[in-house]
Design a protein around this ligand. Structure first.
Ligand code: PLP
Length: 370
């Protein structure tokens, strides 16, 4: 066989047509391409403060153990999560980022005969994990940039094995009320697993406070996913978790790799849970930064979609891609969202006050010249 095309023809059908996830541009890549030195990245919803001191100390302390395999059960981290969220250890699944949990649930529950319901403008990983296992994505048009729960409910049939909902949603930042979500999940047939992706729940203001964990008692088909990548500033270590009924967690843990979380990640995440000061500071910086950015948008005559997360979609009323590229040339990396069917928007992650200011200045300069 000398034709590489033939190898790709051997892949399962879903994978043959798969378009890989497009991540935010790494700082190092832009440095290489443009020879720039002062680059700011507001593209992947990372914590602009970095990891907390307690996590860094835990990483340092764990370095000596690197010759040994990690604790494959993640016992200490699970115990800390169980205490913090008042769940049983048997309800927790640890993942290499919450992305891995999304993949595990797809692998464990889907075959090509099943359908998966999710929303337009939903997180790009949902179509990828669905297609990779050959299942059919049923994409429901968004309502005001967010989930149309009534339409999603109507789209659920006996063929629907999974529903994905991100709350807050990425990239739009929209937030569903807890009451509407609870009603939606309650109306699902028991044959359909609901994945409630709460990657940004720590940023949701207390007025809208999230109480989805309470529902685990009554919905055995509910899987809540959360992550240490966003509010906890540990994206580089890859730790996320699922909370569910013990039966659902047992299924996910069967397909999980035995050592999917490394030693440093486990130690850092456990320490992060005990670092409330860093979390509170993160939330404060985010709230101030959101205000700063939206004030800046207002001054530029731009509109935005109100966001409950640590990022905001600004409406440029013109193609986002050229503005994105012009910002890159000024050393500012943001996220184009044309692949989310939002060609006129850019997604901006909230940075420090200095980063936000540099971005707003670069945006103003760019818009004055296009
Ligand atoms: C960032 C993000 C995730 C997961 O990130 P991990 O780093 O894999 O934990 C999951 N869902 C949404 C909606 C996200 O934005």
């Amino acid at each position: 066989m000398n034709n590489t095309d033939k190898i790709s023809n051997l892949a399962v059908t879903g994978v043959q047509r798969l378009v890989p996830y497009k991540a935010g541009k790494p700082i190092e890549e832009l440095e290489r391409e443009l020879g720039l030195t002062r680059i700011i990245k507001l593209a992947s919803n990372e914590n602009p403060l970095g990891p907390g001191k307690k996590s860094l100390a835990a990483i340092q302390a764990a370095l000596n153990a690197l010759a040994l395999y990690p604790d494959g059960s993640g016992f200490a981290l699970k115990q800390a999560l169980a205490e913090k969220y008042a769940v049983d250890i048997s309800q927790i699944t640890l993942g290499n980022g919450s992305n891995e949990i999304l993949e595990l649930v797809a692998r464990a529950f889907l075959t090509p005969e099943f359908e998966v319901v999710f929303s337009q403008h939903a997180f790009a990983v949902y179509p990828i994990v669905t297609q990779a296992v050959g299942a059919t994505a049923v994409i429901i048009p968004a309502l005001d940039y967010g989930h149309d729960l009534d339409a999603m409910c109507r789209a659920v049939t006996e063929k629907t094995r999974l529903v994905f909902i991100a709350n807050p949603n990425n990239p739009t930042g929209t937030l569903l009320s807890q009451a509407s979500l609870e009603g939606f999940i309650g109306a699902l047939p028991g044959t359909c697993v609901c994945v409630l992706d709460e990657a940004y729940f720590e940023f949701v203001s207390s007025a809208d406070s999230i109480n989805s964990i309470d529902w685990l008692k009554k919905f055995p088909n509910l899987l809540i996913t959360r992550t240490f990548s966003k509010a906890y500033g540990l994206a580089g270590l890859r730790v996320g978790y699922g909370l569910s009924s013990p039966q659902l967690a047992d299924i996910l843990n069967r397909v999980r790799q035995p050592f999917n979380n490394n030693t440093l990640a486990l130690a850092a995440a456990e320490a992060a849970l005990a670092d409330d000061e860093h979390l509170q500071q993160t939330i404060t910086v985010n709230a101030l930064g959101m205000q700063q950015l939206t004030n800046g948008f207002k001054n530029l005559g731009l509109e935005w979609i109100p966001s409950a997360g640590n990022f905001v979609l600004v409406d440029l009323k013109q193609a986002g891609q050229p503005v994105y590229e012009a910002l890159l040339r000024k050393g500012v990396i943001v996220r184009p969202v044309g692949n989310y069917e939002l060609p006129n928007h850019l997604r901006i992650s909230i940075g420090t006050a200095t980063e936000n200011q540099l971005f707003l200045q670069a945006l103003a300069d760019t818009l004055a010249n296009v």
